[in-house]
Write a protein that binds this ligand. Sequence first.
Ligand SMILES: [Zn+2]
Length: 274
Amino acid sequence: VPELPEVETIRRALAPRLTGRAITDVQVALEAPKLVQTPIETFTRELIGRRITGLDRRGKYLILRLDDGRFLVLHLRMTGRLLHRRPDDPPEPYQRACFRLDDGTELRFADLRKFGTMWLTDDLSTVVGRLGPEPFDEAFTAERLAELAARRTAPIKSFLLDQYAIAGLGNIYADEALHAASIHPRRPARSLDSAEVARLHAAIRSVLVRAVGFRGSSFRDYVDPEGAAGENQRHVRVFRRTGEPCHTCGAAIERVKVGGRSTHFCPRCQPERP
Ligand SMILES: [Zn+2]
């Protein structure tokens, strides 16, 4: 499932290729009726002829800025892939949409599970307005994280997954950040003391920076716009390492469910009662 590092890798790869290009045709597959959150005729008609002026990211959302002041927003959800191809490249399995560009290339949206979504909007806040702070934003300080966590009785793992609390973290990087901060995933968010919050704040950023450096994690579906896998899955400390030795202390990594989500942690580095 693409999280912040994967979407950021896609954004960085696509930005130089898409910026300045005009959209000459749009095709959306009929078997993906929920893909487009805008009436489909409007979506297609109003995108054709638009020029892409830049690419942004907010949490796990990719945002294409258009020359008429509007935005094409994409969310890949579970299995979405964005691929930048030439027309004679082989078709993508499960292709759901295709944007033809004026340099002859194609931006293809492929999605096995069909949970991916796209919006055409002039008001970004209608799509991403309720998201929590961006982990790399200056305003996201340890003090801000402490304020957000202090209101929450939920387990810290669930808090980290809540996009309205902090934007961009999913199952991989929430587990990795908690291990890096030596915090048990079931600890109530508001039980963390200021030293723990400071460690977690630093861990969130370092885990994400590292994952962007490795161009994301490819455990199953994620690939970059050229179809290449990321490298970060080889460098994780706990995620999907159940039974393997902790790189820090040697104890066997355990897996539990927290808030219904598989959660990986080291019972020695991350004790429930510190
Ligand atoms: Zn350990």
